[in-house]
Structure formats: structure tokens, C-alpha cells
Design a protein around this ligand. Structure first.
Ligand SMILES: Cc1ncc(COP(=O)(O)O)c(C=O)c1O
Length: 481
């Protein structure tokens, strides 16, 4: 049976159920599989005509032992997760007309219109399945830069096994994203708007880590997380890389690259793992906005925390790409002691400079660049004017970065990952198109419906967040027992 260990090397191996229900490993590390399953060319060829759901079943079966989740249960969980997606094919992949060999992987047809629905619809259903079987309940804390929160709230809403405490930086996400969390009427969803997050969403992660370290509280309220620190998110996100490749390549082995708008590296960590499992992706192109946290790592070998810039692609205004540590583990011969040393160095100095051998190992097959807000807005306008295709600002960052590399990489097929629906960012779309009257493509019925609902939730200043959460979560837990 495949076991899971901490990427910092501590503790003993656990099964997938334990790894997923725990979120963090006991030594504060991130869970990773003890060894990565491999996928052969023949397997990929067999999977070529698979639907997204069929492929998800095959790939998840490489990680989830049948003795823990039976085949029929896994199928039911996948069906339940993706059955509500707006498109039958789950993830459409149209080809752009204005650029050669360029595809857009539309990952935003779940209930809250971003790629986070792909991971969280599955993960929340899987966690619910485990908890119902054990007759247990968990308090989930989630931090968001705008998209994880709505997805977690939506897929946890109404589940008797789970409570969601969803923290968001007040004023730094769009009103539409906020309403996706605050207009849910279910009693087990608790949105918390946090004022004065000077470092954006990263400020919230630090408080969550600190609550985790409070073992008495953690045990008292059965605390866990479905942020991308949870291995379940990464595991399910490998599937769309396999699916995209198999949809777009004529034959297995054909050169295909992928360009990904990135922040915390959760999405691309899954891509990097899929390639290590055997998916023949040529280049992974990391697309950053002005907060170039990943571009610094992949071009200079420096993991450092710099001041935050507010941009039009606000969901990737992220300073600390936590999942890089998980990917790095696989690039240093799974040596957890190295990850422990580097993460400690980062915690004390705010900066790590990698040696040449490490840099060459993790950066192989990756390219990276950033684009400005002006360029992002221009891409949105250009694509809409030229081919009536409306990108959200994050997906536009990906297309903008691909434009920078196109001449260098040649004309093979490239898939840009479109991570959100434009209706979540109407102000930016209006700014890009130079109009207050938004086109129909910038609207979505669920966003319009949320405008007519009352909002609920807590608010608190960042300075008091930890104390406020300790109080609110313990009280709620006691009263609801
Ligand atoms: C719309 C959108 N695009 C891209 C990202 C970046 O994903 P990741 O943090 O996994 O790199 C996020 C979330 O952070 C997002 O909400």
C-alpha cells in the first residue's frame, strides 16, 4: 500500500486517509507519497479517449489504495464531485484563433467559477466520506486570496461532518468573490473577513499555522485544512494535466507545453509531479504577475519574501509559494532533512539561496516570467476584440507570459490554463475593455443571483485574528456538540 510521509522527514509513514484528514504532517511538513507512481507510454495511450471522470478514476487509483476506498465508492465520489459542473466534459479546451497552436484549458465550470472547484469538489467529498465512515466531525480552516474560500465554502456547505471557517483579506478580493462566501445560508459555513492584511492572503496562512501548532486547541475542535497544503488537492490536480495533454496531443510523446498562472505553486506542483510520473510535458511555463515570487525562484534560485504589490490579478498576489517545498522534495532525492533546513532558514531570515546543483535539478523543464497589469489588461482587450474570447485577468497573465516565450520555444502546442471565469472580476474586465457596460461573457447567473442575497459573516482586525478565532471556533464547537 502506498504510504505518505512528511516532506520534512519527521514522523512515521501514514495511509492516505490519515494524510488527508490531518492536512499538515505532525512535524509541520507537507505530506507526500513515499514514492511516486509511474505511468507508462502504453498506459497513456490506453487512456487517450478517456473522459475527465474516467481519467480521474485511473490516476486517483494510483494513489488511493482499494482497501481504503473501494472502486465503487471512488467512482461515486468522482461522479458527485464533477456531476454538478456546468459542462458535460468538465474541462473544455478550445483553441485560440489569434495565436497558432495555443489552447485554453477552461478550468472554471464548477460551482464557484475557478480552478479551485476541481480540487475542492473532490477533496471535500472524499473527506466527508472518510468522516461519515468514522462518525467524526472536523473544523476546517481555509485561507483565501479569493477563490479557494468560495470553493471550500460551497463544497462544505450542508455537510454534517464539516464546519468551514473561511478567512479572507477584507478589501483585497472582489465583491463578487466575497459574496460567493457570505451569501451561503448554511449554518456550517463561517466566513471571516480580516481587516489590515498587510501581506495579503499570506498573513492568514501564518495565523493558521500558529493555530495548528496549538495542539490543545487543534485536538479540542478537530482542526484540519483543505488549503493546498492538503495532499488531496495536489493529487486531484495532477488529473487535469494528464487530461489536457491527452486531449491536445495527436499521439503520446508529441511535444506539448503548458503555461500556468501561479501563486502558491499548488497547481503547478501537481503539474511537476504529473511530469515526474511520466507525462511528457515539454516546458512548464510559470506565469507570475508583478509579485514575482516564483519567477525569482526559477530564474535566480532565490526563495525570498518581498513586499506585496496589489495587481489586477489579485488571486495570485502571493508572496510565499508554500507548495514549492513539496515539489522540491522530489528534486532532492526525497531528502526531508534538506527541506527542513531550508524552511527553517526561510523562517528565520526570510531568504534562501539554493546551490547550483539544487537549482539545476528543480528548474529543469521550467521557464518563468511575469507580466505587468498594463500587459494583462491589453491581452484581455486584444482577445476580446479579435475573437470575442473573454479571459479573466489570471488567465490573461498566462497568455501574456506565453507571448513572451513563443519565439524562443518554437511553434509546438501550448495549453494555457484558464483558472477563473471573468464574471468574478467585472471591474478589471470593465477597465480592460474601457466600458462600464459589460458584455454577456463577463456575467454569470450565479454571480448575479448572489447580488440579491443578504450577506453574513464575521469581521476582525488581523492583529486580533488568532485570539478571535480561538474564541469563535471553540464556542461554536461546544455549542454544536
Ligand atoms: C484564479 C487563480 N489563478 C491562479 C491561482 C494560483 O494557483 P496556485 O496558488 O496553486 O499557484 C489562484 C490561486 O491562488 C487563483 O485563484
Amino acid at each position: 500500500m502506498l504510504k505518505f510521509v512528511s516532506n520534512k522527514g519527521g514522523g512515521s509513514p501514514v495511509d492516505i486517509e490519515t494524510a488527508i484528514l490531518a492536512g499538515y504532517a505532525p512535524d509541520g511538513g507537507l505530506y507526500v507519497p513515499e514514492s511516486l507512481p509511474t505511468v507508462t507510454k502504453e498506459q497513456l495511450e490506453r487512456w487517450k479517449g478517456h473522459s475527465y471522470k474516467e481519467l480521474a478514476f485511473e490516476i486517483l487509483s494510483l494513489f488511493i489504495d482499494r482497501s481504503i476506498v473501494a472502486a465503487s465508492d471512488l467512482t461515486a465520489i468522482i461522479d458527485c464531485a464533477y456531476g454538478t459542473f456546468e459542462k458535460e466534459e468538465v474541462i473544455p479546451i478550445p483553441k485560440l484563433q489569434s495565436r497558432d497552436n495555443t489552447y485554453i484549458m477552461e478550468l472554471f465550470y464548477g460551482s464557484t467559477l475557478s480552478f479551485k472547484d476541481i480540487g475542492l469538489s473532490f477533496l471535500c467529498n472524499l473527506v466527508d466520506f472518510f468522516l461519515a465512515r468514522k462518525q467524526e466531525r472536523l473544523s476546517i480552516i481555509v485561507a483565501t486570496t479569493g477563490d479557494t474560500g468560495p470553493a471550500a465554502a460551497s463544497y462544505i456547505a450542508g455537510k454534517s461532518t464539516l464546519d468551514a471557517w473561511v478567512l479572507y483579506p477584507k478589501g483585497l478580493i472582489t465583491e463578487e468573490q466575497e459574496r460567493q462566501m457570505t451569501t451561503l445560508h448554511h449554518g456550517n459555513v463561517h466566513p471571516v473577513g480580516v481587516y489590515n492584511c498587510k501581506d495579503g492572503g499570506d498573513d492568514l496562512d501564518l495565523v493558521i499555522s500558529s493555530l495548528y501548532a496549538n495542539l490543545e486547541f487543534k485536538e479540542q475542535v478537530n482542526l484540519s485544512s483543505v488549503n493546498s497544503i492538503n495532499w488531496g488537492r495536489i493529487m486531484i490536480q495532477t488529473v487535469h494535466y494528464f487530461y489536457g495533454y491527452l486531449q491536445v496531443a495527436d499521439t503520446v510523446g508529441e511535444e506539448v507545453s503548458m503555461c500556468v498562472p501561479s501563486g502558491a505553486f499548488g497547481n503547478l506542483c501537481a503539474g511537476g509531479i504529473a511530469r515526474k510520473m511520466g507525462l511528457p510535458v515539454k516546458h512548464f511555463i510559470i506565469a507570475n504577475n508583478k509579485n514575482e515570487c516564483l519567477h525569482r525562484i526559477f530564474s535566480k534560485g532565490v526563495f525570498s519574501k518581498e513586499p506585496i504589490h496589489e495587481t489586477v490579478s489579485s488571486a495570485i498576489d502571493i508572496l510565499i509559494p508554500m507548495n514549492f517545498w513539496r515539489f522540491l522534495y522530489f528534486c532532492v532525492d526525497m531528502d526531508g532533512s534538506k527541506i527542513r533546513k531550508w524552511t527553517e532558514e526561510f523562517a528565520t531570515t526570510g531568504r534562501v539561496e539554493f546551490d547550483d546543483e539544487t537549482f539545476n535539478s528543480y528548474s529543469e523543464g521550467f521557464l518563468s516570467a511575469s507580466v505587468s497589469d498594463d500587459a494583462t489588461l491589453q491581452i484581455i482587450k486584444e482577445l476580446y476584440d479579435n475573437e470575442s474570447y473573454l479571459l479573466d485577468p489570471h488567465s490573461a497573465v498566462a497568455v501574456g507570459v506565453l507571448d513572451k516565450f513563443r519565439a524562443e520555444i518554437g511553434d509546438h502546442k501550448v495549453i494555457c490554463l484558464a483558472t477563473a471565469h471573468p464574471s468574478k472580476f467585472p471591474k478589471v474586465i470593465g477597465q480592460a475593455l474601457g466600458t462600464d457596460v459589460l458584455p454577456e461573457e463577463a456575467k454569470h447567473p450565479s454571480i448575479e443571483a448572489a447580488k440579491r442575497l443578504c450577506q453574513k459573516g464575521y469581521t476582525i482586525d488581523h492583529e486580533h485574528l488568532e485570539e478571535g478565532l480561538l474564541h469563535a471556533i471553540s464556542n461554536y464547537w461546544e455549542q454544536s456538540q
